[in-house]
Ligand binder design. Sequence first.
Ligand code: GCU
Length: 435
Amino acid sequence: MILKTLKRAACVFFVSFLFLILSAPVLFAQNPVANYDENAVPAFQLPDPLVLRGGGVVRDPSAWWGLRRPEILEIFENEMFGKTPVTKLPISFEITSLDKNALGGIATRKEVTAYFTADKSGPVMVILLYLPNKEKSKVPVFLAMNFKGIHTIHPDSNISITRSWLEIKQESLRKGNITVADSRGSASSRWPLEMIIHRGYGVATIYYEDIDPDFDDGFQNGIHPLFYKPGQTTPNANEWGSIGAWAWGYSRAMDYLETDSDIDSRRVALMGHSRLGKAALWAGAQDQRFAMVISNNSGCGGAALSKRAYGETIGSINRVFPHWFCDNFLKYGENEESLPFDQHMLLSLIAPRPLYVASAEEDLWADPQGEFLGALNASAVYKLLGTDGFQAELRPLPGKPVMSTIGYHIRPGKHDVTDFDWDCYLNFADKHLRK
Ligand code: GCU
């Protein structure tokens, strides 16, 4: 009996061992370990943003605007972020809260609710604005989405609690893991409102999950269903995912900013951190009303070159966040060499408007060197369009920003938004938006 059990155990052990040995290559291919070794970055050649698909060279701005730019935009629409629908929703904006004496009197706080349907049912987006009171003329504004609800960006107790945040956090709230009171101002280290207001700029922010909750539900919630054609239940392989939806939200906020007489909508700097930096780049690429775009630690799928496969790769981003991109993007996972484009081309779509890419030294997952090279390789397009492009050949030292039409810095520290980052963005905006 004992012998029989032992024999069976040995057999089970042997079969499991064999299974592990045989399946290791497959498991490894599905979940490769991130590469952080510069020497292990594969050799690659970047597609030239100034060479047409058919091989012709782009030699002047008119060939860029008429031929190459539309070509590149179409590649990103079809292969990466998915097409943004052109259908216009019957959107209305309503000022739902106003305080002319906010932040101790230095600012006016407004909350503007955007209703996406005529009967005001369905998702709504709330834009929280702080505008400097001391300015007599229309003010330039930083537009940036937030991760945790508008009430988290500052302890100001008059800010409404974000409704969609309440819905998404229901379970945790019930279990007492999060309290509404504790969440107020919890992200304020990333939003130095007083500093921005003192420098004469306004801030506009939206909770990103107002537009599309950030989980893979087959696009049944958020704004996607508002665009489905009869019978359609999910986006097609070349139609937008969540990043496309957030980018759309940035543009709808711009629709409002254009109507606000306190704001100079020709001087709106779009800023986004991390996944919201990816969305900001995509919004800035599609919507040329944004005068400036700032990518804070946007990493893979943002400013970092994918072909380097350093830190986060296309395979891993698609595995963990399958809803961020369009389905056509899946084929590039663990297959970066087959990409007919790379992220420098996304950045080139922002040209000649000032673009700032920021990295953090410890944020290796986002590949700081890849972000730097993304910016560097967009420079030729900026120069073709008559600007000074990116005035650096090597990555600058930490804490030493480059302020050409393409700006860049790497700062010490982690994946985050810090006062140093904001100080650089304010200096960059002073230089390029106050000319
Ligand atoms: C994850 C993800 C990144 C993303 C980041 C963020 O780390 O892998 O691609 O940028 O989340 O949005 O904070």
